[in-house]
Design a protein around this ligand. Structure first.
Ligand SMILES: [Zn+2]
Length: 252
């Protein structure tokens, strides 16, 4: 997958390119490293991030901190800065390293001022994150670890468009807010059933249907949310096809 196709998997990048092409020189392509902190709650937002094949974890800071959403190519981190919100409302850390674009708040504000479609899209993206946060509160409180882990692995697999997930058990425990030993036990059970295979620093989804059977209702809920995300954006881009190499539209 070439870099132009990869960056255009992010619907906000595609929309920025089509609606405000004069700002493209200010859209910087970068590589995000695993565990890199992108923003901290209460501190100034320096950049808005648009993942291509990377995945960002959004974390409500506290003791302990709780991850409430992840963002991949479908998302935008810090979109509220485009509307003048200067400080981050949560922590954000790179869960899976990879490529992304970033733009400064003042440039995004310029883009939003010039495009109604972009304003609608970013507003919808922020609203979707708020809904995810509410739903995560329910999931983290009421649903068992095995269901939540299955949901998490399916979400990662969807965003990476791969069954091979470069993630450690420690990172999974961190994401779920549980002890690593708990994750080890649940993964062992899923391995025994043939749903997963694990190696050093990676998990492979062997039987996706088995994970779907194991997960909670949050999986369907999340997919319905994603399907509703920004109709105007979806009309302007080609929906990525799992495993395909031709998703997205060219910038030039
Ligand atoms: Zn759930």
């Amino acid at each position: 997958m070439n870099s132009v196709v990869r960056r255009n998997r992010n619907v906000f990048v595609s929309l920025l390119a089509s609606e405000t092409p004069h700002l493209l020189p200010h859209l910087e392509d970068i590589t995000l490293a695993p565990n890199q902190r992108l923003q901290r709650a209460g501190e100034r937002i320096d950049y808005i991030y648009l993942p291509h094949n990377s995945v960002i974890a959004l974390v409500a800071s506290g003791n302990p901190s709780v991850e409430f959403a992840m963002l991949g190519y479908e998302g935008i981190l810090g979109g509220a800065a485009g509307f003048g919100v200067s400080d981050a409302i949560c922590d954000a850390t790179v869960r899976i390293g990879g490529s992304a674009s970033r733009i400064t708040p003042d440039r995004l504000q310029t883009a939003l001022a010039g495009s109604e479609a972009l304003r609608r899209a970013v507003t919808a993206g922020e609203a979707t994150l708020a809904m995810k946060a509410q739903h995560a509160a329910v999931c983290n409180t009421l649903h068992p670890v095995e269901a939540r882990l299955s949901h998490l692995l399916l979400e990662l697999s969807d965003r990476l468009e791969s069954e091979e997930l470069p993630v450690t058990q420690a990172a999974l425990a961190d994401a779920l807010g549980v002890q690593r030993t708990t994750v080890t036990l649940v993964i062992g059970k899923l391995q025994s059933s043939g749903a997963l295979a694990c190696g050093r620093g990676r998990v492979r989804v062997v039987d996706q249907n088995a994970l779907v059977q194991n997960t909670c209702s949050c999986h369907d809920h999340g997919r319905r949310l994603a399907a509703k995300l920004v109709p105007a954006v979806r009309e302007s881009v080609v929906t990525p096809v799992r495993g395909g190499d031709g998703a997205g539209v060219a910038l030039a």
